[in-house]
Design a protein around this ligand. Structure first.
Ligand code: PMP
Ligand code: GLU
Length: 404
């Protein structure tokens, strides 16, 4: 999956230590096959297929006309940070001041800033597994050690407080998780977060990155922020953004709410890397976060219908074990029943083999679970039209039926 034109030995040792983003690699491969004329169905990338709502696009057009075209403050415009504070209070009961907000070039950069600002070589970062692909690689860039806390499909892919407690060591610096979770769709309840907080608060200098980018895409009612529990606000970096809920992946906008000293540290890091987030995207983001979250309720309804559709179809495929995700737009089925089976002389030994087999045999792109910490699973994004999903599920079923 690594890009073979990279000259090994010529590039930095750091670059050699990290792997290409598996989600982006699979998206690249399906794009290349499509360019060659193949009818690829790509369920690899976690990206809404909707267009950005018009009221957000209008705010960006206005920003251009009003000449918001100069360098912004490194941490973002004050009025946009104020709007983000209002959003945190309205939706998450989190009281942040504008100097606790840092706006970045996507939530991915928000996470990278934070990890680079806090993690020293030798520090451990706990990641409930399955986890989002980029967490482990960013930790490695910082010289830290990612430590997986394994959760299984039988526990709805959630870790327990005692598992967390047992994993904390003197050199554990951070815990990072997403809820709703990419890739499993699991959502931690308020009481589960309270139990985690009770464990974490026993340890000084232990911090949490709570990745809430899928906050609005949840089908179980409200999601909860760990920063709103006990004194956790003083040790939580709450990550959010507009990519997913507002269909704004290309605008590259994410943000954090954090203790002031961490916000300052992230600003210092960002100032040397991007100088600050796009001015035009910031004005679009202000319109998005100021809007009533109900303005995107129609998209969430559609995601829910698709989830139910795909769930029904996946359950009918023999040998696939699947849970019902409560949020985000992914399924993470266990496909290990197929390991050891063959199509001709091609043997399927693991989820990597299976995802490549699905791409070659029936031109369906999914992502191997190995990149998310679970080599028994594959990730299927259902952020696609119903007819595309039906076609994809039929192709997956057909390809799997050919394995003996
Ligand atoms: N966190 C998670 C869990 C994600 O799935 C993604 C993918 N987009 C991100 C962060 C990064 O989002 P952004 O597009 O805002 O960089
Ligand atoms: N977060 C999305 C995904 O998991 C987009 C790709 C990426 O940024 O890695 O597919």
């Amino acid at each position: 999956m690594n890009n073979t034109s990279i000259k090994q030995g010529q590039v930095s040792e750091l670059l050699e230590k990290i792997t290409e983003s598996a989600t982006l690699a699979m998206a690249r491969m399906s794009r290349e096959l499509a360019q060659q004329g193949h009818k690829v169905v790509s369920l690899s990338l976690g990206e809404p297929d909707f267009d950005t709502p018009d009221f957000i696009k209008d705010a960006a057009k206005k920003a251009i006309d009003e000449n918001f075209t100069h360098y912004p403050p490194v941490n973002g415009f004050l009025d946009v940070r104020e709007a983000i504070c209002r959003k945190f209070l309205r939706d998450n009961q989190l009281q942040y001041s504008p100097d606790q907000i840092v706006i970045s070039t996507g939530a991915k950069q928000s996470i990278a800033n934070t990890i680079l600002a806090l993690v020293n070589p030798g520090d451990e970062v706990l990641m409930p597994s399955p986890y989002w692909v980029s967490y482990a690689e960013i930790v490695k860039i910082a010289g830290g050690t990612p430590v997986e806390l394994l959760a299984s499909i039988d526990n709805d892919f959630k870790i327990t407080p005692s598992q967390l407690e047992a994993a904390i060591k003197p050199n554990t610096k951070l815990i990072i998780y997403s809820s709703p979770c990419n890739p499993t769709g699991s959502v931690y309840s308020k009481s589960e977060l309270e139990q985690f907080a009770a464990v974490i608060e026993k340890h000084d200098e232990l911090y949490v990155i709570s990745d809430e980018i899928y906050e609005l895409i949840n089908f179980s009612g409200k999601t909860h922020s760990i920063a709103a529990v006990g004194n956790m606000i003083h040790r939580t970096i709450t990550v959010n953004g507009v990519s997913k809920a507002f269909a704004m992946t290309g605008w590259r906008m994410g943000y954090i709410g954090a203790p002031k000293w961490i916000a300052e540290a992230c600003t210092k890091m960002q100032g040397q890397i991007t100088s600050g987030p796009s001015t035009i995207s910031q004005m679009a983001t202000k319109a998005a976060v100021d809007a009533d979250p109900d303005s995107v309720a129609h998209m969430i309804e559609i995601f829910k219908k698709r989830r139910d559709l795909v769930y029904g179809m996946l359950k009918e495929i023999p040998g696939i074990k699947v849970n019902l995700p409560e949020g985000a737009f992914y399924f993470f089925p266990d496909v290990s029943d197929y390991f050891g089976k063959k199509d001709g002389d091609q043997v399927i030994n693991n989820a990597n083999d299976l995802s490549m087999y699905l791409l070659r045999k029936e031109l369906v792109a999914v992502v191997t679970g190995e990149a998310f910490g679970d080599p028994n699973c594959i990730r299927i994004s259902y952020a696609a039209a119903e007819e595309t999903l039906i076609e994809a599920m039929n192709r997956i079923k057909k390809a799997l039926a050919a394995l003996r």
